[in-house]
Design a binder for this molecule. Structure first.
Ligand code: IVH
Length: 675
């Protein structure tokens, strides 16, 4: 019979192997169901036996919710950039220069894709991932190890035995196109700002404080550069093949070639073929293969002489600008959109392009009828990058930004130091009114799924709704007569609206659509001001004292409650039965036993999960913080608290409280409360 420790270790080894089969080799041996079952079994065993904690266990992939500001780490070898070129002539120059400098010695070139993500440097010691650091300024970067551990294609523990004891491997963290598109769809539905391209989405994700959110974003990583004192081979390409055996994801689009002609064949092939890759690329990287020859060639001040990046021309099309439309958003912001003659670009037909704001239009000196250049690059919405002035013949008028709202005719405004124009008529401008109602019904707000933007439009046009309170006055008997909605849908719809009165207060607060009050801010506000009347009475000072509420949000809340119409809206919603207070259940469990305490959570726990401890801290008025400082009141420590944390705590004289002591403390049974 295997001991618990053996069982844990076998499960860990098996899960590491299946993980690699699935994510790197794309060749799973077991079903997802079986994988999940093994993972759960391991999680249970680890939870019951924290003495076998291992920071590189496959269970660490799910991330923790520990918030922390990243610490900065100096790179052992600086992270340099590459010389760039768009010209094939310069590729020839690079090749010939290398030949000359190597004194006509034979050399090979490793051709690779240039991945367009965010670069990362991983350090392995004795086969274990010990740190992951971003490029930063090239000399030092952010330690994002916890976040990187959630990326399934990055091995936490290497396979085989012939890896160097100490080495670094560098590569690119990427968000695959499919994940990026889905993420942006979700963000659009929540009215959150969209990521411009997968590169921004990947780097933004890597810098998130909460690694369980990082885990949900499904990042990927390709490795392309190994550094260390004892690398296995002299060939860069050969080292990468080794790295693949140890479990790293190395691109299949990597070739070692011996002639300049083969370099160009590689470039030409991938210029079109790259569109079929699951991740963004923006060029080719050429590297002299032998490390000995690389050393001979050396570096300029900024970049190696043994490598060059050949960048692909962003795909561009030329087409006619027919007109400009102006869209009005929920907050009144105006977005100009160019209507174009349809044109083929990177595999799709483009008919419209974003123009962002008035300054961009002015800068392009656009005239209706102009032939314009459209580019897609990594961006989701194509943009106009220039005008073919030579082709300007009999064009129409210069484009002048509108001065009145296209929907309601109100004079537009522009705040100083803001690029966007907006319509100030938030009381009657139809897209603003409809936009607010659409936000109110979304899943994360009131979740009235029997209503959608089309129904909102229908009800609005029938004159039945002008604000969110009107929804609660809709009647199933009169609806079919007043609109084109059938009896059955009307009944279901009104029932769904009625059910939304049970949605808890923090979500109602989010649903109101107060500017800058997103989901998280709404939760913070509801916790600090458990009834809407308390929130209404809050002063600027009261508001900015709430954790994570700054002046901008506070001002916006004050402005919202200063508007008489909003107060009337709340009164009507109260009559309709919406929740404007934290529930009795939530309130009765709250205490102020941890008021004023800043608490760091560290280690592995047995009675509750980390998330549950975080919620408990908040429920009892305390604040969960990420890193230990002189201001930390105490550390809630489970088993195996990290040695660096322990050292810091001892140095700063911060008290350490174990699980049992903490639970007694919040029950009010422990004198430690005076820490
Ligand atoms: S090698 C000293 N190989 O491009 C050179 N870089 O401008 C080390 N990149 O910061 C880099 N794909 O983020 C290398 N196959 C590849 C690459 C690559 C993308 C990025 C990397 C680097 C930048 C260099």
């Amino acid at each position: 019979m295997a001991t618990i420790q053996q069982q844990i270790e076998t499960l860990r080894a098996e899960l590491h192997r299946h993980n690699h089969n699935y994510y790197v080799l794309n060749a799973p041996e077991i079903t997802d169901f079986e994988f999940d079952r093994m993972m759960r079994e391991l999680q249970d065993l680890e939870q019951a036996h924290p003495e076998f904690y291992d920071e590189n266990s496959p269970t660490m992939r799910v991330g923790s919710d520990l918030s922390k500001v990243f610490s900065q780490v100096a790179h052992k070898y600086p992270m340099l950039s590459l010389g760039n070129t768009y010209s094939e002539g310069e590729v020839t120059d690079f090749y010939e220069r290398a030949r000359k400098m190597l004194g006509d010695e034979e050399f090979e070139i490793c051709c690779e894709m240039k991945y367009d993500g965010t670069s990362i440097s991983l350090t392995y010691e004795n086969g274990l991932l010990v740190s992951a650091v971003t490029r930063g300024d090239g000399v030092k970067g952010d330690d994002v190890t916890d976040n990187v551990k959630t990326i399934r294609t990055i091995p936490l523990k290497l396979q085989g035995t012939d890896y160097p004891k100490n080495f670094e491997i560098r590569g690119e963290i990427l968000m695959p196109w499919s994940v990026f598109e889905k993420l942006n769809e979700e963000r659009a539905a929540n009215e959150e700002p969209l990521f411009a391209n997968p590169r921004n989405a990947a780097s933004g994700t890597l810098k998130l404080q909460n690694s369980s959110v990082v885990a949900s974003r499904k990042l990927d990583a390709y490795l392309y550069y190994m550094l260390g004192e004892e690398l296995p081979c002299d060939g860069h390409y050969e080292n990468l093949q080794k790295a693949r055996e140890w479990g790293f994801k190395i691109s299949d689009a990597t070739r070692k070639v011996g002639t300049l002609q083969e370099v160009f064949d590689f470039i030409h092939y991938w210029d079109t073929e790259r569109k079929n890759l699951p991740v963004a690329t923006d060029g080719i990287v050429l590297k002299v293969n032998s490390l000995r020859q690389q050393k001979n060639l050396g570096y300029t001040a900024k970049s190696p002489r043994w490598a060059i990046a050949y960048k692909f021309q962003a795909e561009r099309a030329c087409t006619r600008l027919n007109s400009i439309s102006y869209q009005v958003g929920r907050t009144g912001a105006i977005t100009p959109v160019a209507n174009l003659d349809p044109v083929q670009l990177s595999g799709t037909v483009v008919k419209r392009a974003s123009l962002h704001n008035a300054d961009i239009i002015e800068g392009l000196d656009l005239h209706i009828g102009d032939m314009v250049y459209v580019e897609k690059g990594g961006e989701i919405i194509p943009k106009i990058t220039g005008v073919d002035k030579e082709a300007r013949f009999m064009v129409g008028d210069k484009v002048k930004f509108i001065t009145r709202c296209p929907e309601c005719g109100t004079q537009l405004m522009r705040n100083e130091d803001e690029a966007a124009h907006y319509c100030p008529n938030d009381k009657a401008c139809p897209p603003q009114l409809k936009g607010k109602i659409e936000h109110f019904i979304t899943r994360k707000a009131m979740n009235i799924d029997k209503l959608g933007p089309e129904t909102v439009d229908l009800l609005y046009n029938a004159g039945l709704i002008r604000n969110v309170a009107d929804l609660y006055d809709l009647h199933p008997q009169t609806l079919p007569r007043l609109s084109r909605i059938g009896q059955r849908s009307a009944t279901n719809m009104v029932e769904a609206i009625r059910q939304s009165t049970e949605v808890p207060y923090p979500r109602v607060l989010f649903a109101l659509g107060i500017r800058y009050v997103g989901e998280t801010v709404a939760k913070k506000l509801a916790n600090a001001f458990p009834t809407i009347d308390q929130l209404k009475e809050a002063t600027l000072d009261d508001l900015i004292h709430v954790d994570e509420i700054g002046e901008r949000i506070a001002q916006s809340v004050i402005r919202w409650f200063a508007d008489e119409d909003n107060l009337q809206l709340i009164e009507r919603l109260k009559v309709a039965g919406l929740q404007f207070e934290l529930s009795e259940e939530v309130l009765s469990e709250r205490t102020d036993r941890l008021a004023g305490k800043s608490i760091v959570i560290s280690g592995v726990f047995t009675h509750h999960s980390r998330d549950e401890y975080k919620a408990l801290i908040e429920k009892h008025g305390g604040k969960n913080v990420g890193s230990i400082s002189g201001k930390t009141s105490f550390i809630l420590a489970g088993e195996n608290m990290g040695p660096s944390k322990l050292e810091k705590a001892t140095k700063l004289g911060v008290a350490i409280v174990n699980e049992e002591e903490f639970l007694k403390m919040i029950e009010g049974e422990n004198a430690l409360i005076n820490i």
